[in-house]
Ligand binder design. Structure first.
Ligand code: SF4
Length: 1023
């Protein structure tokens, strides 16, 4: 029995009918003390448990209320601090802090300093600038505190110190009713709390002794110990910091120590020990230092495996669904309504949107598909426009299918029409749902700033309407968020501020929230903090997370009120040394109060950072006490400890599925994993077979050597005419047949999404097509006027066309910022200038004849008397003479990749030759009587990178082209889609999903398959 419970039991026996009030750090703690007392004393009566704020509120209540004053929560206090800080900043009165500017982090730090000063009973008049190392800081802090005091007074508001102070003042007039005030001696109190307890207790204040702690000084914040420390009734753990004087150990060691690879494995090891030793969950408690990850790990394990756990300090709200929604919405706004953020919320199930059938929510996958297909990217103004465009596109597809009539695919068409109508209805519902959300979020005012209150109201609406409440944690999280946001709305007098600052402030409101705090319950493991725990009276206590970085802490000074300044202002303001001492003493007091077994542990390796971590001094002390030798050092501890517990649980120690699998996989004899997997998962079995086939010497279907028999008509351009080729397709085939196979046989396409890239507006493809369009329109205008390009004369025409096209592109794809848009716009205009200058200087000007000239299934002959159909579009055709022509393709990139091309670039630069042949055939039909000849065909690079260069091929050997095409198309004909030696994987769209292993992996197999390697070598001859 702990000293506290022993004392209470005796006191309740002596004063059974007197009213008794025990001051406790939390109601959860009070409940545990009451239960421990019941176990120890059997029954007790007239004992209540109150926290200091509750005691103050009760005193005011009994004395007729707080006179209409409104109590504040801590987030309301932070919000007030932030508002006053901004006001002073705007007035130019903040001196020292004006450089940093307003930020939620600074507001929190200032609020902490103000609260500490006020809890110590200090007012703005006590904050004298000359007591600060930087006087200017003292002035600014005094000014802010004075404003804060005035705001409380004028608003009739009670922050925590104000509440305590008012209760103390009330007690001076009206003493508290006849009740014993019992206060634990080891409870750490600030000055106002101490004053309140003294005033409330008067002559009936009774200090409650805790278990003795030897070897440590009592911190200043604890009441002085009344009873002389002695050995009677003390547990051996009282000597944790004086192990040399501890009584002899019992027969059975009560202290155990272990270490683990990171907090997750530490928590797993605790659970493994409970399972292995068959300890019921409600016989154990886990204590963790403030800020450690352990409670979160237990929460995630409990959410995943159904582990029954109670959390004395609750869990961070960000781990609940409403918390994720809250922070996700903040990110959404902060990223300019990026559709990726909205999709993440939908995919996690943290928000659902209407649009499903009938009147139900739309499945997340469907909603995300529509949002992505709509190419929204970001920008609140784009959602409805883009969704409307997507819906119109669907309806146009529907009309087109209607126009097809019954035809051969009658049933298919019917099904497709129905699917299109369903999709159109879903998009309409989705647009309405998104529209409602967007409409509820206020926009900026004329100055571009935002009303914080309006934003908070919008968040209240969104959380209220959309947050899930499936579990108790979720319901509490939703309510907690609504309450916090409500406080901001009530505070409501914030100046308009930039969006980022407003969102940061709202984020602050949720950042510190924890929900679901509960006392230990039957059948459940209890996880609590070192400060609030240790009261469950359970026979087994784990103290986890005792690495030197986490406990007792780093002892860093407060950035606003430095230690020296604290000492100059008051003798009771805690310094960083006081806090360290207090943390250590607090843990020692908790451990001294424990009865039963104690297991201490620490994470010995930081898995995220990849570095070792070391035990706290508490672990060494526990080791010394365990061994009864005060001289042992860290080296002895290191030697004595077993290896760190890791991911492998050890035989028979698995507590969940993950552990079970790892145990099985590490046990001897090793299970035949691949065979078991293959037997149970056909898809994975196919994957394993593919891996094995790829690893063998012979080329197989898994390397791309496939039997195209069933598909020949559709994919072989020599068979049936189903496959119409383009220059790009042929060049891709020459670069990497495997990539051709993925794209044009399996028809795999990279997902088309507008990515939110803050550093760029258009990607190279978008930019290239925009420049193409501008140049085409410009040159069409010039040709129609029968003029030659002249910079001075035609720049205005180019600028006008460019302006219209750029504006159109901007409507489709929003730039991330005006600055980036302007920079890329200038870059495009520069490209156009280079084009004009190069055109003006062109020696053999010729006469532009056609732009975007279509090639529609033109038959191209290949060696062996066969042919295939070609389609494409020629950017520009110039007429150089009566029957001679030039083909130009505009390229906005660099000319470097084309510099070595002689005629065909090993089949990877086929376009100039192919277009020349196709154009000659087309012109021969269009202009009968002549024998058209393309004298030049190639590329024009009008960008800064291309410097206005032109790379042209002249007259080339048409028969060699035919042989090249026959060789190249032989890859398709023979089904040899092997990653070729020229594959440039770094630039390939399939890089992330390619399973071929690339050219290096295919090389050896190709060597073993002479025919394939010969085919590749032949291509190399066509330079
Ligand atoms: S990643 Fe390499 S081997 Fe794979 S398809 Fe692309 S270019 Fe070919």
């Amino acid at each position: 029995m702990s000293a506290l419970v022993r004392f209470l039991a005796a006191f309740c026996r002596e004063h059974p009918v007197d009213e008794k009030t025990l001051v406790v750090p939390s109601f959860v703690a009070g409940r545990q003390i009451g239960e421990a007392l019941t176990r120890a004393a059997g029954s007790w009566a007239n004992l209540r448990f109150v926290t200091t704020p509750a005691l103050a509120a009760e005193i005011l209540e009994r004395g007729g209320g707080a006179g209409g004053a409104k109590p504040m929560t801590s987030s309301a206090e932070i919000a007030l601090t932030d508002r006053l800080f901004r006001e002073l900043l705007a007035e130019g009165k903040l001196g020292h802090f004006s450089v940093a500017g307003a930020s939620p982090g600074l507001s929190r730090a200032l609020h902490r300093a103000i609260r500490e000063l006020r809890l110590d009973g200090r007012t703005s008049s006590d904050v004298r600038p000359e007591r600060f190392l930087a006087e200017e800081k003292g002035q600014a802090l005094a000014l802010l505190l004075a404003r804060y005091e005035r705001a409380l007074e004028s608003g009739d508001l009670l922050d925590l110190p104000g509440l305590l102070l008012r209760a103390i003042e009330r007690l001076a007039r009206t003493p508290f009713a006849l009740t014993w005030i019992l206060c634990p001696e080891d409870m750490r109190l600030c000055r106002l709390e101490d004053d309140l307890i003294r005033a409330a207790g008067g002559g009936r204040l009774m200090p409650v002794p805790g278990d003795a702690v030897f070897g440590l000084d009592r911190p200043r914040q604890c009441r002085p110990a009344q009873a002389p420390d002695g050995r009677s009734g003390s547990d051996r753990l009282s000597w944790l910091f004086a192990p040399g004087q501890a009584p002899s150990p019992e027969k059975e060691a009560r202290i155990e120590i272990f270490r683990a690879l990171g907090p997750t494995n530490e928590c797993r090891e605790i659970l493994r020990r409970l399972y292995t030793e068959k300890v019921p969950f409600d016989q154990a408690e886990v204590l963790t230092p403030p800020g450690s990850a352990h409670a979160t790990v237990f929460y995630l394990l409990s959410a995943r495996t159904g582990l029954p756990v109670t959390f004395g300090d609750g869990v961070a709200i960000s781990f609940t669904s409403p918390g994720r929604l809250f922070f996700g919405l903040l990110d959404w706004l902060e990223n300019d309504f990026s559709s990726d953020n909205l999709c993440a919320l939908l995919e996690n199930g943290d928000i659902t949107l209407a649009g499903g059938a009938p009147d139900g929510p739309l499945a997340a996958r469907t909603a995300c598909r529509h949002l992505r297909n709509a190419m929204i990217g970001w920008g609140r103004g784009r959602y409805l426009d883009r969704l409307a465009a997507l819906r119109e596109g669907k309806l146009a597809d529907f009309d087109a299918l209607q126009g097809c009539g019954g035809g051969d695919g009658g049933d298919d068409n019917e099904a497709r029409r129905a699917a299109i109508l369903t999709a159109a209805a879903e998009i309409e519902g989705l647009a309405a749902a998104v529209g409602r959300i967007l409409a509820s979020i206020p926009g900026p005012d004329a100055a571009g700033t935002y009303d914080l209150r309006g934003l908070c109201e919008a968040f209240i609406g969104l959380i209220g309407d959309h947050a899930r409440g499936d579990s108790e944690f979720d319901r509490r999280a939703r309510q907690a968020l609504l309450d916090r946001l409500g406080e901001f709305v009530t505070e409501g007098r914030f100046p308009a501020m930039p969006l980022k600052e407003a969102l940061d402030l709202i984020r602050t409101a949720g950042a510190s929230l924890r929900v679901g705090a509960a006392p230990p319950l039957p059948g459940r493991l209890h996880v609590a903090g070192l400060v609030s725990g240790g009261l469950s009276g359970r026979p087994l206590t784990f103290v986890a997370g005792l690495d030197e970085a986490s406990f007792p802490g780093r002892g860093l000074q407060d950035p606003i009120l430095l230690d020296e300044e604290r000492a100059a202002i008051s003798d009771s303001l805690p310094t960083s040394a006081d806090i360290l001492r207090s943390n250590l003493f607090g843990l020692a007091a908790v451990l001294a109060s424990l009865r039963g077994r104690l297991v201490v542990s620490y994470p010995s390796y930081d898995i995220v950072e990849g570095r070792e971590s070391f035990p706290s001094s508490v672990v060494l002390q526990a080791f010394r006490l365990l061994r009864g030798d005060a001289d042992l050092d860290y080296a002895a501890l290191e030697k004595a400890l077993a290896d760190a517990s890791g991911f492998l649980p050890g035989a028979g120690r698995a507590f969940d599925e993950t552990d079970w699998w790892l145990e099985r996989l590490s046990a001897e004899p090793r299970p035949d994993g691949p065979r078991t997997v293959a037997a149970n998962f056909p898809g994975l079995a196919a994957g394993l077979a593919a891996l094995a086939a790829r690893a063998a010497d012979k080329l197989t279907a898994y390397d791309g050597l496939v039997d195209i028999g069933p598909l020949r008509e559709a994919i072989d351009p020599f068979a049936g005419g189903g496959a119409v080729m383009s220059a790009t397709r042929l060049e891709l085939l020459a670069k990497c047949p495997f990539s051709y196979f993925l794209r044009h046989v399996l028809k795999i396409e990279p997902p088309e999404e507008v990515e939110f890239d803050r550093s760029r507006w258009l990607d190279p493809l978008q930019r290239g097509s925009l420049v193409h369009e501008i140049l085409c329109d410009f040159m069409t205008g010039i040709a129609e006027a029968g003029e030659d390009v002249e910079a001075a004369r035609h720049r205005a025409l180019m600028t006008r066309i460019a302006g219209d096209k750029i504006a159109g592109m901007r409507r489709q794809i929003p730039p991330p910022s005006e600055g980036i848009f302007e920079s890329e716009r200038r870059d495009i205009l520069e490209t156009l200038d280079i084009f004009i200058a190069a055109e003006e200087k062109r020696e053999n000007r010729g006469r532009p004849l056609a732009f975007e000239k279509r090639i529609d299934g033109e038959r191209i002959e290949v060696a062996g008397g066969r042919s295939f159909r070609l389609r494409g579009s020629i950017d520009r055709v110039d007429r150089l003479g009566p029957d001679t022509y030039r083909v130009i393709d505009y390229k906005t990139g660099s000319s470097k990749p084309y510099e070595d091309v002689v005629y065909f670039g090993r089949g990877r630069t086929l376009q100039p030759a192919l277009y020349a042949v196709a154009l000659e055939q087309i012109l021969a039909r269009e202009r009968p009587g002549g024998i058209p000849r393309v004298a030049e065909s190639g590329y024009f690079f009008p960008s800064r990178r291309g410097e206005g260069h032109e790379i042209m091929i002249g007259d080339f050997d048409r028969d060699r082209l035919k042989r090249l095409l026959a060789d190249l198309l032989g890859f398709i004909e023979s089904g040899a889609f092997i990653a070729g030696p020229g594959a440039k994987c770094d630039y390939c769209d399939f890089r992330d999903v390619c399973v071929s292993g690339g050219p290096d992996s295919a090389k050896e197999e190709c060597e073993a398959n002479r025919k394939v390697i010969e085919a590749f070598r032949k291509l190399d001859e066509y330079k």
